[in-house]
Design a protein around this ligand. Structure first.
Ligand SMILES: [Mn+2]
Length: 305
């Protein structure tokens, strides 16, 4: 069983694992960077004795070792998981990888293909052009005879499922991704959800404003678009830091993205407060109980100002 992140990099990482060895795939509840009781019960009773986790750092992932053998391939900030049969995350030895697809490619000596490229673009957007790994993207563009815009659109389509909260769609997308770029690009289910997402994101992005050189936005949306909104804010303003607070019906979300500051300290601070938090040096996402976002945002601003 492959357990994967719900975004494009996670979907493509799962597809790469399945390409090597046919398997089922599954994603935790969208927005949960941990396995809740339902999810643990499902995984422990689904009849798989090996579970491979890709592109997601779940704080209680070690629970899996109680009922299955565990392997992890990831590139997020994390601690070593000692009960895992293999925990391959270059972050653990100080190497930064732009996607889990590049981690898996390296670990299994695979050739660069469109799945690898989609993972790179998914996690980095147009900024991936500044990375060494952009060579991989360029090679794929030549081989598949497609433009960067085309690949970026495919990423938006794959990501639209989690953004509208379609967990089953995320799981189906792994198989769609294995069929090839054209099948993803022509999938009506995804074209519809991407359209809904686009309208919602545009509505909020234009409401951001600068406070002490930091782009700030308070929004209220039940869609999972906070990371996309933060990205749009930073990409349009190079060298910027964006702080977005989203007050959902059932919880608060805080997302910080910066192209210049090391944000890892925010993760440890959030965890000290007991919040669910994760990310990389340049992005941090925190999930908080409803009504607590505003308070924690003050701590965040202390760190980045
Ligand atoms: Mn990733």
């Amino acid at each position: 069983m492959i357990v994967h992140h719900w975004d494009t990099d996670g979907i493509c990482s799962a597809a790469m694992m399945i390409k090597m060895h046919d398997d089922e795939n599954w994603t935790p509840k969208i927005g949960n960077y941990y396995l809740d009781d339902d999810d643990l019960k499902y995984l422990s009773t689904c009849g798989h004795d090996e579970i491979i986790v890709v592109d997601i750092n779940m704080e209680n992932v070690h629970e899996i070792c109680k009922f299955a053998s565990l392997r992890i391939y990831d590139h997020h900030i994390s601690q070593p998981i000692n009960c895992a049969k293999e925990h391959y995350n270059p972050y653990l030895w100080g190497e930064k990888f732009p996607s889990a697809t590049t981690v898996i490619m390296k670990r299994f000596c695979m050739e660069a293909n469109y799945l690898v490229a989609l993972g790179i673009i998914g996690d980095n957007g147009p900024r991936c052009m500044e990375l060494d790994e952009y060579e991989i993207v360029k090679r794929v563009m030549e081989k598949e005879n497609v433009s960067f815009d085309y690949l970026e659109n495919v990423v938006q389509l794959l990501d639209s499922s989690y953004r509208v909260g379609d967990r089953r769609g995320v799981i189906e997308n792994v198989h769609l991704a294995l069929q090839g770029l054209e099948d993803i690009a022509n999938e009506n289910r995804l074209i519809r959800s991407a359209d809904i997402v686009e309208k919602e994101v545009n509505k909020w992005v234009e409401k951001a404003n600068f406070i002490n050189n930091i782009l700030m936005l308070r929004m209220q949306s039940n869609m999972n678009i906070i990371s996309l909104v933060a990205r749009r804010l930073v990409w349009g303003n190079v060298g910027q830091t964006a702080v977005v607070l989203n007050e959902k019906d059932d919880k608060d979300e805080l997302y910080v993205r910066s192209t210049e500051k090391d944000l890892s300290i925010i993760i440890s601070r959030a965890k000290k407060f007991g919040y669910n938090a994760g990310g990389k040096r340049e992005v941090v996402g925190v999930v908080l109980p409803k009504g607590e976002g505003e308070k924690f945002m003050k701590h965040v601003l202390e760190v980045i100002m």
